[in-house]
Structures are given as structure tokens and as C-alpha cells.
Design a protein around this ligand. Structure first.
Ligand SMILES: [Zn+2]
Length: 269
């Protein structure tokens, strides 16, 4: 029941202008992917209506969501002022969709005070994933935060009597409560919360250029707000806090508001 995709596939697409090498994109060029790109240093890049940070050697990243259109384009302004539009195509993902008939989804109706808390926590999370920082951690790649069976994949969804539920956006790795969670990449902590309504023990890490990791349901949040963390460092412990059915790490990746698939960033294991 796990979605199958090629985590190690590296697609390199070189799009040549008649005048200069303007842009190269490296994979994964697929829905849910964090796409790396390179332009001539000093170029400006825009994607999906926003300007994209480019580093000193011309590298940048963009993210495309679960159900992103397959036809996409990037705008580049070269250092000489020449404006270019580059089209590229994403491959379509097959998500794990389960049809559940005959029973209805258990409705949980939060109280008024719960709703207030939910809204406040959502605002904290949004703020913690908003900064376009110049950190370069995102270019150094990601590693698995712990060992354990994959118990939930990105994009999966249950359809209850024909009504689609909210898709699952995390990579779930099952492990006993208390199992250490290691930072998958360097970064700085932008949110550490012991007990959020839905997500329980929650940690958000900024890897730079709009790329953030979010770790939820942890029994213990070890890293502190503002702390610089290194890849491999223990940042928390697996748990089942918040609304979780059993102990697991739920790891999410964002490019700003766009929810991406962490598994596409990881080496096969
Ligand atoms: Zn999950």
C-alpha cells in the first residue's frame, strides 16, 4: 500500500536559450517535489507569482504541491536584463487512496476553547514557516531522522462514502515512544511546542530558502527556539502526542506554504 516513486531518479533538464545557458533544473520533477535549479549568478528567478531567492553561485529551490499542475514555468531575468520564460513538465504521482464505505469518519467536534487554541496554534505554525532566510542548509541534502518502518506516506487519502478526507502530508515512521529523532539536515529552530492540539510535541526547523521541516506527535521536544542544529543531532523523541493513533514520527517538508514529500529528498534505504 506504499506509494512507489523513484527517490533516486535525478532528472536533469537543460533548457538552452539561443543566447546563453539560462537554467538547469534537477529533479525530482514530480508532484510534491522540492526542485533544485541553477541559473547564471546574478540572475533573478520568479515562480508561481513570487520572486525566488538565488544564492551567490546561482542555486535556488522551488517546491510543487501534491496536486500541482503538470505544466509549469519559471521566469528568469539574466544579469544583462534579458527576460526569459522556461516551461517544464512534472510527472504525475499515484497516491495511495483508500475507499472506505459503509462507515462514516468519526467526527470530532472541538469545543469553543479548543477552536480558539487551534487558531492560535495555526498562526504560530504559519509564522514559523514564513521566513525566506539565506541559510544554505537545504543544498546539503537530507538523511533519515530515525530507523523504522514507514507507516504513512505523503499524499495518501481516505475517501469516506465518496467524500474525500484531507490528504496526509507527512512521512510517518513508526518507532516506540522515546526513540530519538535526529535532525535530517542542519537548520535553526523556529518553533518548539510541547503540546499542540492536533500535532502534540511540535518542532519546526528552517533549512533556508523557504524550506522547513516540521516534526510532530513527539513525546519530547529537545531543541529550543532559535537553536542552531546540526544534521544527526538529537532534536526530540518519538511519541503519540496530539491527535495520533500510535507512536510514530510524522515529518513534513514545506517550501513556504507548499507541502512537499520528505521521502523524495531521502536516499533509498
Ligand atoms: Zn502522519
Amino acid at each position: 500500500m506504499l506509494g512507489r516513486f523513484h527517490v533516486s531518479t535525478l532528472l536533469v533538464l537543460a533548457l538552452m536559450s539561443p543566447f546563453a545557458t539560462a537554467l538547469s533544473l534537477s529533479g525530482p520533477l514530480t508532484q510534491g517535489g522540492l526542485i533544485s535549479g541553477e541559473v547564471a549568478p546574478g540572475s533573478q528567478v520568479a515562480f508561481a507569482g513570487k520572486s525566488v531567492r538565488v544564492n551567490a553561485v546561482g542555486k535556488f529551490v522551488i517546491g510543487v504541491g501534491r496536486d500541482a499542475e503538470l505544466s509549469q514555468s519559471l521566469q528568469v531575468i539574466l544579469p544583462n536584463g534579458e527576460k526569459q520564460t522556461h516551461a517544464f513538465t512534472l510527472s504525475k504521482r499515484e497516491y495511495d487512496i483508500q475507499k472506505v464505505n459503509g462507515i462514516s469518519k468519526k467526527i470530532m467536534s472541538p469545543s469553543e476553547s479548543d477552536l480558539k487554541r487551534i487558531r492560535e496554534e495555526a498562526a504560530l505554525v504559519k509564522k514559523a514557516r514564513s521566513e525566506d532566510s539565506a541559510r544554505q542548509d537545504v543544498f546539503d541534502g537530507f538523511v533519515w531522522p530515525l530507523d523504522g518502518p514507514i507507516s504513512g506516506v505523503y499524499g495518501s487519502q481516505r475517501v469516506y462514502n465518496g467524500k474525500p478526507g484531507r490528504p496526509h502530508f507527512g512521512l510517518d515512521i513508526a518507532a516506540p515512544t522515546g526513540t530519538p529523532v535526529h535532525a535530517p539536515a542542519d537548520g535553526v529552530v523556529t518553533l518548539a511546542h510541547d503540546d499542540m492540539f492536533y500535532s502534540g510535541g511540535t518542532l519546526i526547523v528552517d533549512h533556508g530558502f523557504g524550506v522547513f521541516s516540521t516534526f510532530i506527535h513527539m513525546s519530547k521536544v529537545i531543541a529550543k527556539p532559535g537553536q542552531e542544529i546540526k544534521r544527526g543531532e538529537i532534536i526530540g523523541e518519538v511519541g503519540a502526542t496530539g491527535r495520533a493513533t500510535g507512536p510514530h514520527l510524522d515529518w513534513r517538508i514545506n517550501w513556504f506554504d507548499e507541502r512537499l514529500d520528505p521521502q523524495l529528498l531521502l536516499p533509498a534505504r
